[in-house]
Design a protein around this ligand. Structure first.
Ligand code: NAP
Length: 294
């Protein structure tokens, strides 16, 4: 059994990007820029956004967190996005979700220029992804695909069972894996809460991608020998022995399922670190496209 080291794969991606940005800096050229628009003071969102900025800074990218009070109107926020759509110093724009209830998230995402939509949430990018065209693909599903590739795990003709159908993980990862192309070409089943007997599906899976948000839901008796497990889940469970009073676990019972798996991602340290790395990669790609760089 191999434990998939997401930290290492993510680090390799960041190092590759850094060496490219170092060259731009040495030549006094413009560098990729990412702006994160944050509305309100949700602690988890603040942590995510600050982490993204820190990673951008480490690579030598230009980055900014633009913070607004939760009372900002939808109209004002649309103007903010429009400003960055037209700002040549920012090649990537992300609006941290969730937004306050009085703001229509879809409307805000739709207002981001698809060429700067490094989160890959704009319908134009989602549509292109689904028909297998070049586009910005969302970071977490791209991170899943990248891990599978990094460990030379065969997907062609394999049965992948995705648990979860969210627009940010389940649906896009399924859409990417079903494409008739290298690194995909899988037979994909998507499970969700309407599945009557989820074990019926998971037992048939060569690869399970768990993205449901249910702590340690996938148990040893639900999988077959040699299964590949990609665990996207990030769940807090109480743990009085931990310093913070809780620990983070995935959607898969790692300790027991790892007895049967051929490959498995840990939580933390699996898919998590890949998400930011793929966001940075998308930002670099936006920079290349906008600035006509190779
Ligand atoms: P979400 O929007 O809450 O979607 C969860 C999906 O799981 C839904 O489609 C839901 O079905 C399905 N589901 C829930 N309980 C189920 C059950 N008992 N049986 C079958 N399906 C069930 O979650 P998400 O945003 O996709 O995130 C999923 C997990 O990944 C969360 O733990 C989240 O924290 C984590 N995550 C991690 C990263 C990362 O960077 N590592 C990034 C994003 C998300 P219905 O559609 O029928 O409700």
């Amino acid at each position: 059994m191999t434990i998939i080291d997401g930290k290492k794969v993510a680090q390799n991606i960041r190092e590759e990007l850094k060496s490219k940005i170092d060259v731009l800096v040495e030549n006094n050229e413009k560098v990729p820029g990412l702006v994160a628009v944050l509305v309100g003071n949700d602690p988890a969102s603040q942590v995510y956004v600050n982490m993204k900025k820190k990673k951008c800074d480490e690579l030598g990218m230009h980055s900014k967190v633009d913070l607004y009070d939760a009372s900002i109107s939808e109209e004002e926020l649309l103007k903010v996005v429009d400003k960055y759509n037209n700002d040549p110093n920012f090649h990537g724009i992300l609006v941290q979700l969730p937004l306050p209830d009085h703001i229509d998230e879809d409307k805000i995402i739709d207002s981001i220029s698809p060429s700067k939509d490094v989160d890959g949430f704009h319908p134009v990018n989602v549509g292109k992804m689904l028909i297998g065209k070049e586009a910005f693909y969302p970071a977490t599903p791209s991170g899943v695909i990248e891990l599978i590739k990094a460990y030379d795990i065969e997907t062609k003709g394999k049965h992948v069972v995705v648990i979860g159908r969210s627009n940010i993980v389940g649906k896009p990862v399924a859409g990417m894996l079903v494409q008739k192309q290298a690194g995909a070409n899988a037979i994909v089943t998507i499970c969700h809460s309407a599945a009557q007997d989820i074990t019926y599906y998971t037992k048939q899976a060569d690869i399970i991608i768990a993205a449901m948000g249910r702590a340690e839901f996938v148990k040893e008796d639900m999988v077959k020998d040699g299964v590949v497990i990609i665990d996207v889940g990030t769940n807090r469970v109480d743990d009085s022995s931990a310093k913070k009073g809780y620990r983070i676990v995935g959607d898969v019972d790692f300790e027991n399922v790892s007895n049967k798996a051929s490959f498995i991602t840990p939580v933390p340290g699996g898919v998590g670190p890949m998400t930011i790395a793929m966001l940075l990669k998308n930002t670099y790609k936006a920079f290349q496209l906008i600035e006509n760089k190779n």
